[in-house]
Design a protein around this ligand. Sequence first.
Ligand code: PAF
Length: 285
Amino acid sequence: MPLSVSSVIALRAQHAAWRAEGQRIGFVPTMGALHEGHLSLVRLLKAKADRVTASIFVNPRQFAAHEDLDAYPRDLAGDFAKLADAGCDLIFTPERAAMYPQGFATSVQVGGVSEGLESSARPHFFGGVATVVAKLLLQTQPHCAAFGEKDYQQLLVVRALARDLDFPVEILAGPTLREADGLAMSSRNAYLSTAQRAIAPHLHGQLQSCAARIRARQAITPALRLAEAALIKAGFDQVDYIALRGPEDLAPLPGPTLDRPARLLAAVKLGATRLIDNIAVEAAA
Ligand code: PAF
């Protein structure tokens, strides 16, 4: 079983001991309810670092009042077993009151890449993520940290945060892991009913079809509108966005057709459950 600590003092003591032995530390922040996507990040860091620490903390600051903070899936015993299996060395489970004590009044806001897309539907989200990730990076002070490409905009926000505030950490990206039918792994997939679960893989399917059209030099805007209509036809209740953006800055592309590598990103709702996904779109040679 990995070591487990819940105080920052104990975390720092263990990390200081590893550093004193010259060991490199990798870090995977999570909100628990772990799936293979999270575990692949632990394995990615096992190859880059001598020790891997994972945190489990359901961060209230990235949920709006009407969102699923209380319902967010929690399975601490299961998570510990999975992290042990993946070779994690230390699990950090801070208490909410220790992360955000009475009087906590600081928030970290990243501009640029955090604007639009997810922020249009969840304006509070990246402030909450940047604040907790900044705290976790300062608490753990890892050599490298890994984030999944499934949350692509979040990955770019964390990269911008580390770059702009000079965090001495290498931010690594892990590829999206998918179920056999293409659905991107996500802790929130647990909310889906059987009927919704059958609809959910169409998100990835429509991203792929849309990307194929765009790669074949069809005009970008009509291809996006076609995919949006197809998602509603497939049974999704709402399309928050489907957008083609620059892979580094998430800036809209000039169009009308693809002339550079891009990222196709989408967010949809199935009942109360919000699903996001994205894929790379390379311009054909
Ligand atoms: O992606 C997540 O699970 C969360 O947003 C993160 C990065 C652990 C911050 O709470």
